[in-house]
Ligand binder design. Sequence first.
Ligand SMILES: NC(=O)c1ccc[n+]([C@@H]2O[C@H](COP(=O)([O-])OP(=O)(O)OC[C@H]3O[C@@H](n4cnc5c(N)ncnc54)[C@H](OP(=O)(O)O)[C@@H]3O)[C@@H](O)[C@H]2O)c1
Length: 443
Amino acid sequence: MGLMEALIFLCKGQFWRMAVFWTVSLILSYLQLFSQTHLSRKSKLFDRCSSISSSAIRKPICIITGSYLILVVGKSDGLSSNGDIKLPCQSPVIDEIVGSSQADVFDTLKSATLRLWIKFNSKTSTTTVLALLDRVTWYLLPVQATSGLGAAVSYALAKEGYCVILAGRSLHSLSKVASEIKEQIDDACVKAFQVDLSSYKSILSFKHSLQQWLLDSDLHCSVQLLINNAGILATSYRVTTEQCDQMVSTNYIGPFCLTKLLLPLLEQSPIPSRVVNVTSFTHRNVSSMEVTRETISGQWFSKLSSYPYAHVYEYSKLCLLLFTYELHRQVGLAEKSHSVSVIAADPGVVKTNIMREIPSCLSWLAFFVLKLLGLLQSPEVGITSVLDAVHAPPETSGVYFFGGNGRTLRSSQLSYNSKLAKDLWDASSQIFLERQLASRDTT
Ligand SMILES: NC(=O)c1ccc[n+]([C@@H]2O[C@H](COP(=O)([O-])OP(=O)(O)OC[C@H]3O[C@@H](n4cnc5c(N)ncnc54)[C@H](OP(=O)(O)O)[C@@H]3O)[C@@H](O)[C@H]2O)c1
């Protein structure tokens, strides 16, 4: 994105909502954590327990949505095949994060190099440079430190002996994560499945493939852990095939449908099973919420003159939190599923690719300021709250982990509104039912 686009972005209220409100809500979360831990005796710490040591199960299964490793440029030979061009490959532009799949990386790399080349060698034509670039060998190094939260959690859980099922949009990208984990952990069990959380059809087909794979393998036909991690921060309104807003679909409706479909497999587990929903402190900025068909499908946001992306993100994360608490209540009521617990985890601010749709100079600036404030974490540190949620004792349910070290926090007041949560549950279940019926009609 160019400077002009960054300036236009900077002039929008949503950017400032993100820059100011989100930072304030993050700081308030840490202050609340500090006062809980150091000033009051009310805080509850959860010791980690190993929920996976059981003779009833050989390898517990963990499904995690959304994992990738970003490829960064490690080295380039810098010479085209005719040997007379030295490419400016060591430029900081190219040493930055450049994509999530090999094809992505090559494309970004080519255009970044092209831009630099034209800047420094204005006499060379674009076509000539492109032709030369095609003949250059790039060496790419996958670097764990630049992964999203999903890959970092997957690695940690594979190390603990979980059989990790990676579920995401790009099989190519997931395979990269899988092979990286297998390279580092000798007996790792990792399997990748394609799923697009913004499509019910795709979620259903994932469930069928997973069930078939479980039947074909020598593993117990159940799921012990589901981590709803995938999420996006989309800066424009995009409509899915099911006529929903893509951000709301990916961040809330998709995880809702996936959890509903996988609940029988979680309930079949001979050991206590768990759902972990990865939410965000940004939910604190939603002060009121109306549950209607139009709001929970996100269609309502398309009616506004400009897409309130920061608000939609906050809203989707609040929905996920309300869903967490309501599911916790529902499984508590149903006797057969007393062994399924539901927990929310908030990683704080982590340097990942979540801001990929924000102009890169602005996301760089945001990360820089957050780093100066001591609020920015690496994925390896950011996942501690998710791992706390995974390791909390089986009877722990309906809580919100934040800040690591087994610490929980109270989420926003609105998130504990049980009437709102029930309304949201009913409206979401209606959407789920309609999609189930529609998918039966088409099969
Ligand atoms: N980073 C933070 O500061 C932060 C703070 C609080 C909460 N969180 C939450 O943490 C979770 C992980 O975020 P992250 O920071 O690791 O972001 P990220 O680096 O952008 O990773 C998000 C993952 O979600 C996947 N995804 C996106 N749309 C999908 C879809 N329709 N179907 C399946 N997978 C999809 C992406 O896969 P593709 O490669 O296919 O796009 C990617 O692997 C998100 O829920 C986010 O909201 C992050």
